[in-house]
Structure formats: C-alpha cells, structure tokens
Design a protein around this ligand. Structure first.
Ligand SMILES: C[S@@+](CC[C@H](N)C(=O)[O-])C[C@H]1O[C@@H](n2cnc3c(N)ncnc32)[C@H](O)[C@@H]1O
Length: 664
C-alpha cells in the first residue's frame, strides 16, 4: 500500500481554491463574516451534520444563527458591468477615420498597412463601446453602432479582409444603417466581395449601385478604380477540425469511441478502459462540454462563445466587457446564457469566485428553461463523483454561500421572472436552484477540465510553443477518465471541444488514463501523492507509483524487454551480453533478446525521423512516424524508456498542434 500523504491543511487550501480566491474579491470577506457570526460550535455541531444539500441551503437562508448576515449581504447584489459609452465610441471612430484618411495618402505599402492597423484598433473600440441602436438619439441619430461598423468595414476593405468587411456591412444594416437605396453601401459591398476575390458578386453589387446612382457615374467609376487595386489578404486558414473517433462512436458512452468502454471497481470508481484494438493515435474521445466558461483574462482576446482567438471583435449589444468572433457566436450567446450574465460580468470578477462557480452558473443560464437547468444539474450531481465523504462543515458552508450568491444573481437577472419584492428570501423553486448549484459546485471540483490552446510563434509551430489555459469546462464522458501518473492519452482542444488520443497501444481492459497534473516526469512520488490526495481525494496506485519511476532527467537508457517465448508476460532486463541467451525466471526458458534489441534500434530511428519532421513543421508526418515507433516499442518492451517517454510527449505536442493554436 502506498503512503497516503494525507495533509488536511493542504486539502483545505486546495478545496477552497475551487470556490474562491482568498486574496482577491469580496466573497472571501462575506464568507469570513458569516463564519464569525455563526460560530464554530454551530458550524460543527449543527450545520456540519446536515445530511443534504437542500437542508444546507435552507439553513443559510432561514436559520437565525446565520440568515441575517447572509440576507444582509445578498440584498446588495447589483449589476456591475462595463457599460457602453457613446462619446468614447464617437471619439474612437473619429480617430479611426483620421488614420484611415492618412493611410490613403501613404506612399509606401508598409506605412499604409500600419496606418490601417492603427485605424482598425480605434474602430474596434468604437464598435465595442457603441450603444445599441436608438438608445441615445442625441448622438448620430442613435446610429453610433451602425456607423462604427461602417467605419470598420471601410478599413477592413483597405486591409483586404473582405469577409470581415462584408460581415460588418451587414451588421451596420442590421443596426439601422439605411442600405436599400444607398449607393455608397453597395459600392462598399462590391469592394468587400472584391477583397474576397468574388468578382461576380462584386460586379452584381456594382450594377445595383450604378442603377441607384443614375447620372452620378463618378462614384461608380471611382469604385471600379479602387476595386482594380484591391488585393485580398492572405488569411491563414484555421485547419483545426474535430477528428473522427476510432471505429465510430460507442452507443453506450456518448462522445467516446468504440475502442473504449466504462468499467467500475470498488477502489477506483468508474473509469475508461480499452476494448480490443486500441492503437497509438486512435481518437478515443471527442466531446462538447456540458458547460464551459472563458477565463476573465481572455475576455479581450478570445471569443466568449467558441473560445477561438478574436480577429475582428463583435460585441454584445449591452455590455463592453466581452466580445465574440462573429455575429453567429454573438447571437447564440446573447439569446441564451449571456442575456442573464451580461450585467453581472464585473461582479463575478470582483467577487473573486473561481471559474468553476461560473461554469456552475452557466449550466442554468444556458439551459432552454429553468426546468431543463434543474434536470441537467441534478443529473450531474447524481452521476458524477463529488466526494461527500471528505467534505468538512467549513467547505459545505463556503459552497452553500457561493450557491446562494449565484442564485441571488439569477434572481436579479430575472431568471425566475419579475419578482414582487426586492428582498432576497427565496421561493421554493429558487431554493431548488440554489440546492442544485451547491451540488454542481461539489461535482465541478473533481470533474472539471482546464481548457487549453497552444500559443505558437511566428517562426515555428513547435519551437517556443506554449500551452495557455483559456477556460474551464465540464465534460459528461470526459469526467469518467481516471488519473495515472503517466497518462496513456493526450488531451487537447478544438475550440472548447475536448479531444483525447491514445499515446500508446492498449491491451483489452487496460486503463485509458489521463493525467490530472501531477506527472512523474517532473514530480516525485511523495509530491504526487500529496497533490492527488489534496486535490482529488485519492491515493494513486498506478504502475508508475508502484515502481517509483525516477524523474525523466534521472532515467537511464536501460529498458526492459518482454520475454520472447510464446504466452509469457515477463519483463527481462537489458542483456549484459547480447551474444548470450537470457533465462526467463517466469517461464524458465532461455530466450534471445537479439531481435528485440535490433527492433529497438529501428524504433529509435523512427523517433529521430519523427523529430526531424517536427523540425520541418510536417505535423502529420511526425504523428505517423511516432505512432509507428511507439506501437512497435510496446510490442517488445515496457516503460520507463527515456526515448519513448520523450516520443509520447512529442506526440502530444503534435496532436495539440492539430487542435486550436494561435499566434501571440
Ligand atoms: C474525474 S473523476 C473520475 C471518475 C471517477 N472514478 C468516478 O467514478 O466518477 C475523479 C475521481 O476519480 C477517482 N480517481 C481518479 N483516478 C484514480 C486512480 N488512479 N485511483 C483511484 N481513484 C481514482 C478519484 O476519486 C477522483 O477524485
């Protein structure tokens, strides 16, 4: 039995971090005040002994030892968000126009592009800060947003970004710009199409403009001249496509491939294992999140909805704190979850609540109805692990208060419809939602995934690339993967879709394991055990831990080969003298390892070729070579083997490179 490395203080710190920050935000103060008010005795002897989430939620809202400070603080929950600013928008638009004009007189192409980029920066801000149409008719007749989009469309045409320009032109029309009789509008459409290299469409738009212009032919002639000079920008195509599952989807395990199945043991709970024929590189999971949220640090750089890097931001109509990559993402978010979250975005950040709390809230805000939200949340609590056995009274109090706070935000966002009173006192259905939120907060602690993308440099897609955490999500089937200190799959993301691909061949019923963070190549056994116990409430008993593999830098070149006699599964040390046979202590046969050594030399050669393909940025070629080498290695030998471990790590890098990448 491995040492459990139980450290209750560390466990408490880990647990708290999944709810809130103790350094930033007002939530910590709220929790400490309530804790002071209710006292340790009540907390341990009464609240800590409550048996259900419903009882805990009812308690914080109605028990006299606690309800006053709770209601007193929650009463003050108010919208806090980055509002629109019409004057700032018009100022930025004027700046954008100025730089755009300057660009038209620049003689050097590079200067022109730089000026247009400056213009674009101002136009982006003009778009972000412009209020919804007709909110403030004292400026631009209430059409500030439409005009900001129009200005930006012009700049984008100048930059050869036809598709983005066309989208902005459509948005300008959607938000009130008169377009039907507008010669200038159709001329701009023609230019946008020209920038997309769609000459037939450009010509149609020009013909409409010509008709509308009548005798005023000068404007058409000028547009034709301009169109002749437009150079469509070469946009790098994002090639990130979700890959196909190996042998199709498992009907019993949504999002998972047919090469895996779910099993359960008393010690390890449910976990995913291999069916027959799971090879290196097989895609075992490709799953959309149940709910996922972007980290606030990326609100200005990534799409709030699909998480992809922003190129030309499209804002929400009501707040300026977040942005979308397209009108479509904006529509999908603003018609669902964002309409409830919009006015509270800065409150979330200011509270210091963790991203997991945000994900819990999203389960409700994105649901088609309150009932759907409740059903999803309750099912998740029922089905996913939440370690109620290790929770302390304190932890329950903190999570119950957070659930109350989130429910209060939903109240204020009119999620439950218009209320008769301004007071906090929850109705029966509001109590149910707070209870379900408390369940989600417990489940998320052990099941949420960090979502990461790969940042690459301008020069090379591997050299200097970096993993960047952009958000967190909860995945239904992804939650069933257990941890091992050396994983057998690589996880990466396409947008917010979780993909897992095997980094080794698996025998039938062999665990398909992910790594929760503590990895043996960098962290010793004791540290790993402490972290896993503290953060995930279990003691790891994987082979890496049982055999106490050394850190990567300390692994020597030696490798253990499988005994080559039929049906014997025993590992033999690297022979001292290759000319001599080795006696296998298990099957008691004398076997020669000469062929295995020869194969290993070929495998090392494959790894070298794969590394060269990576250097040449031929990702798919590198993946194929690594797959062949790793599959061959596991037929003759077992880990730890330094070069194979490095090859598996490199394979992960290659696979992540087929997911979402971005340049700084
Ligand atoms: C994301 S869940 C994985 C699915 C989980 N086994 C279940 O039945 O729901 C994480 C939890 O699984 C358990 N777990 C994960 N890896 C484990 C392992 N190697 N050995 C024992 N338990 C493990 C721990 O209880 C951990 O908190």
């Amino acid at each position: 039995m491995l040492n459990m490395e139980y450290d209750p203080d560390y466990q408490k710190i880990c647990s708290t971090r999944t709810v809130q920050s103790d350094k930033k935000g007002f939530f910590n103060e709220f929790y400490l005040d309530v804790r002071d008010a209710c006292g340790d005795k009540w907390l341990q002897n009464y609240f800590g002994k409550l048996k259900s989430n419903a009882a805990r939620i009812l308690s914080i809202f109605s028990d006299r030892e606690i309800c006053d400070p709770v209601l007193g603080v929650l009463e003050h929950v108010q919208p806090v968000y980055k509002q629109k600013d019409v004057l700032l928008s018009t100022q930025r638009r004027a700046q954008a126009d100025k730089f755009y004009l300057m660009s038209s007189t620049a003689e050097v192409e590079q200067d022109r592009t730089e000026l247009l980029q400056q213009a674009l920066m101002h136009a982006n801000l003009a778009v972000m800060r412009a209020p919804a149409p007709h909110l403030d008719t004292s400026v631009d007749n209430g059409l500030t947003l439409a005009m900001a989009y129009l200005t930006r469309a012009n700049i984008l045409i100048g930059l050869g970004e036809g598709e983005a320009a066309l989208s902005d032109l459509k948005l300008a029309a959607n938000f009130g710009l008169e377009s039907k009789q507008n010669v200038d509008y159709y001329c701009k459409m023609a230019k946008a199409y020209a920038a997309m290299a769609e000459s037939a469409r450009a010509e149609i738009s020009l013909k409409i403009a010509e008709k509308l212009a009548g005798p005023n032919t000068a404007i058409i002639a000028a547009s034709r001249k301009e169109i002749a000079q437009i150079k469509p920008a070469k946009r790098e195509q994002a090639n990130e496509l979700a890959p196909a599952l190996a042998h199709g989807e498992n009907p019993a395990l949504s999002g998972a491939a047919n090469v895996v199945k779910l099993v359960e043991t008393k010690e390890k709970g449910r976990f995913v294992v291999a069916n027959e024929g799971l090879k290196t590189g097989d895609v075992v999971l490709c799953e959309n999140p149940v709910a996922a949220c972007l980290l606030p640090n990326f609100f200005g750089t990534n799409c709030h909805h699909c998480f992809k890097r922003l190129h030309i931001p499209v804002p929400c109509l009501h707040c300026s704190g977040i942005a979308f990559c397209s009108a479509q993402c904006m529509g999908e978010a603003c018609e669902t979850y964002h309409r409830f979250e919009c006015q509270f975005m800065d409150l979330f950040i200011g509270s210091g609540m963790s991203i997991l709390c945000f994900v819990a809230l999203r389960v409700f805000t994105q649901a088609a109805s309150l009932e759907d939200g409740l059903t999803t949340a309750n099912l998740l609590f029922e089905h996913l692990c939440s370690h109620q056995d290790v929770r302390e009274a304190d932890d329950y109090l903190q999570r119950s208060l957070m659930a109350g706070f989130l429910m209060r935000i939903l109240q204020k966002a009119l999620y439950f419809g218009r209320r008769k009173t301004e007071g906090v006192n929850p109705t029966a259905v509001e109590l149910q939602v707070a209870t379900a939120l408390l369940g989600l907060l417990q489940v998320l602690q052990y099941n949420a995934h960090e979502i990461y993308h790969t940042m690459v440099t301008d020069e090379h897609c591997f050299d200097g690339c970096k993993v960047v955490y952009v958000g967190a999500g909860l995945y239904g089937t992804g939650s069933y993967f257990n941890h091992e200190c050396w994983p057998s799959v690589a996880g990466y993301y396409v947008g917010k879709k979780l993909v897992m691909s095997a980094t080794k061949p698996h025998r039938p019923n062999e665990i398909v394991a992910v790594n929760y963070g503590p990895i043996f190549t960098k962290m010793n056994l004791k540290e790993r055990q402490r972290t896993l116990r503290g953060r995930y409430a279990f003691s790891c008993n994987c082979l890496t831990c049982q055999e106490n593999w050394p850190l990567l830098q300390k692994i020597d070149k030696q490798v253990r080969f499988w005994c080559t006699s039929a049906n014997c599964v025993n590992l033999l040390k690297f022979p001292k003298d290759l000319a001599k046979d080795v006696r296998c202590p298990r099957c008691r046969k004398n076997v020669s390892l000469k062929e295995s050594v020869a194969k290993l030399i070929k495998i090392e050669e494959l790894y070298r070729e794969a590394a060269e393909a990576m250097q040449a940025q031929k990702t798919n070629e590198a993946i194929e070579l690594f797959k062949e080498g790793i599959d061959a290695f596991f037929q003759i030998a077992a880990l730890p083997h330094k070069d194979t471990l490095i090859a598996q790590q490199a394979l992960l890098k290659c696979m992540a490179n087929t997911g979402t990448t971005f340049k700084k």
